[in-house]
Design a protein around this ligand. Structure first.
Ligand SMILES: [Ca+2]
Ligand SMILES: [Ca+2]
Length: 371
């Protein structure tokens, strides 16, 4: 048999302190302990003992718990792990099975419902909203575990990197059963101000002795509007992160791109590349009469005319579609007119994947004019 190497060289041993599952244990010596172990070779371990030790288990290469022989000398437990008997050099060692924990469990809790501002997105863990006009206000995630109780103490919310737990106002948990509950995050309260890229993550674990927790995330992008000389506000869903297109408000500089331009950079607004809808919105300081919109498209090898979109006006409560464009072919300028409407805002809204063919996930415009 090869000699066992010493611990310090290649071993990561992490005590899983979360095993104090019962608050009544506070102040007493733990009756159970668990360690995560990662190693590249056979190891010999020395661990502190716990009272009334009856069982030492480790997860073997097949994922099952197996018992592990222990030598006790003085105040120390001596164990040996054979790397060939564990999977990918990783395992967990448990001293006494914690009360009420289902040891067969290797799955983290799962999402039953992921809701943003009342809209259910289903059982997904990740939601990317793309460019948004207003920050989401509330997140509700219903979670359930099939085998173990949920560990509310593990609940961790981050909002643009800032960490919040159940102790913070804005994070709450409603327990429906020991294995089932509803997490609510008051994003409006926790989000100080929007960045261009915003992320909210929610993490919760069960009491299973595995290495996985449930991780959910919501991301959205925000582009602050640009104020025109007449007080109007110009907004777009997103701006490409590629350099050269930062001055997206060339949308209203009066310059209309044609085939003679050498580059679209600095001459066009280019959205981010995504399957989310893209849009341009103009808000007026006062209601005005509007009877159409003209759009001049980016020219790169050809005019990047979007295939489909809607021209909409704001009626004070919702967007009203005035023109619905479909199957549009390439042209430098698309002019759309309708019966005059008095309104405070106009929006050109391009549904998912309706940009120019081949670049359908972009919207790429040189100039917009409200008629
Ligand atoms: Ca589980
Ligand atoms: Ca322009």
């Amino acid at each position: 048999m090869k000699p066992m190497r010493t611990i310090s060289l290649m071993l990561a041993l992490i005590a899983v302190v979360a095993l104090a599952t019962c608050s009544a244990w506070a102040g007493r010596a733990p009756k159970t302990a668990a360690y995560r172990l990662q190693t590249t070779g056979n190891v010999q371990l020395s661990l502190p003992p716990i009272p009334d030790l009856t069982q030492v288990l480790y997860r073997d290469a097949s994922g099952k718990w197996s018992s592990l022989p222990v030598d006790i000398s003085g105040d120390t437990l001596h164990l040996q792990i054979d790397v060939a008997k564990i999977k990918n050099g990783r395992t967990m060692i448990v001293l006494n099975v914690p009360e009420g924990v289902n040891m067969d469990d290797q799955e983290p809790p799962r999402v039953v419902r992921f809701e943003i501002d009342g809209k259910d997105h289903g059982t997904v863990q990740t939601i990317a909203l793309g460019g948004i006009e207003m920050a989401p206000r509330n997140i509700t995630i219903e979670v359930e575990d099939d085998l173990n109780r949920l560990q509310t103490r593990s609940l961790l919310v981050t909002v643009n990197g800032r960490r919040y737990t159940l102790r913070d106002a804005g994070v709450s948990f409603e327990r429906l059963s020991p294995e089932h509950g509803i997490i609510a995050v008051d994003v409006a309260k926790l989000l100080d101000s929007m960045s261009s890229d915003n992320t909210v993550t929610v993490r919760i674990d069960d009491y299973a002795l595995d290495e996985d927790a449930l991780n959910c995330s919501l991301s959205f992008r925000y582009t602050p509007p640009y104020k025109l000389e007449d007080g109007s506000l110009l907004a777009v869903d997103t701006v490409t992160s590629s350099s050269g297109w930062a001055q997206w408000w060339v949308l209203v500089d009066g310059v209309k791109m044609d085939t003679s331009f050498g580059t679209t950079a600095g001459n066009t607004w280019l959205s981010e590349q995504s399957a989310q809808p893209h849009w341009i919105r103009l808000e007026f300081p006062e209601a005005r009469k509007v009877s159409g919109v003209a759009l001049w498209w980016a020219y790169y090898q050809c005019y990047r005319t979007s295939v489909a979109y809607e021209v909409q006006t704001w009626d004070g409560e919702e967007w009203v579609t005035q023109v619905k464009v479909k199957d549009q072919s390439e042209m430098q300028c698309s002019k759309h007119t309708f019966d005059p409407v008095t309104t405070t805002a106009v929006r050109v809204w391009q549904p998912s994947m309706s940009g120019h063919p081949g670049r359908a996930d972009y919207m790429w415009v040189s100039e917009i004019e409200v008629l």
